[in-house]
Design a protein around this ligand. Sequence first.
Ligand SMILES: C[S@@+](CC[C@H](N)C(=O)[O-])C[C@H]1O[C@@H](n2cnc3c(N)ncnc32)[C@H](O)[C@@H]1O
Length: 287
Amino acid sequence: MVDDEKNMKMKRYIKALYRLLKSLATEPLLFIKVLNTVPSTLSAYVFSRNYTDTFQKTDTFQEVDTSVTSSANPLWEYFQNHKEGHGIWKWEHYFDIYNRHFARFVGQKVNVLEIGVYSGGSLEMWRSYFGKDSHIYGVDIETACKAYENDRVSIFIGDQADRAFWKTFKESVEGIDILIDDGGHKPEQQQITLEEMLPSLKPGGVYLCEDVTRCFNRFSAFASGLVNELNHFNPKAGSLLQSGILPFQSSIYSIHFYPFVVVIEKHRVSPTKLSAPKHGTEWQPFL
Ligand SMILES: C[S@@+](CC[C@H](N)C(=O)[O-])C[C@H]1O[C@@H](n2cnc3c(N)ncnc32)[C@H](O)[C@@H]1O
């Protein structure tokens, strides 16, 4: 048993080393740029580890015993009242996140895909929340999950880490607005799913990946890496007041991190530039 654990650890280290060397060999210049950000990542981790909020020491600081504070959240109410029937298994604090990013789709003609069907209850919850014009798609690796299919819920059986599966899925289904990844939760599965599905989400769509847990999670690092292109400053004709838009920036509106959850929102209408015009007539001389 002890030897088995040692072997597993050794395998993990070798895999990590292989990944590092492969990145160095394929993208040497980018590799050095990323390496240059390592001290900042480390400082951020140390800062957050030792973090003390000024307000946490005062009387104005409020704590609640669950992470869900809003009673006006229909999803939370549904979950609270769901005491029997097909099972739903969610972290409590996800419900505020769902409602924050999904509320604008309620009552609309919306296509929702959840990866990870398990006992079928969450698919029923989405249908009840989004309403009669919604269509819910479920993906699971277990064939038993096909049992939850009906005229408003379509189930696809496959492995979310299999790019060929997503190719077939995209050929059969068009126009997903919301994707919720609650499948296998392994970073490689989450990354492949995002690479295959984010570009195909409809404009204005929302991509939500659950259970991104533990420090230095590789999917979390992948999602943080996306921010670089979002922040890419591409001065137009030498002007510091305008940045040309790159394809990623014209598609992706925002990237959000919550405990265990990453949310990516797409632009409804793509911007053609980012501008920083100066308004006013009186300026300090120093800039
Ligand atoms: C946490 S459960 C989903 C819970 C469900 N969404 C809910 O809210 O009640 C995870 C599901 O992901 C499925 N799963 C695991 N690995 C998968 C993979 N590689 N591809 C697709 N589904 C997978 C499992 O079979 C399981 O049904």
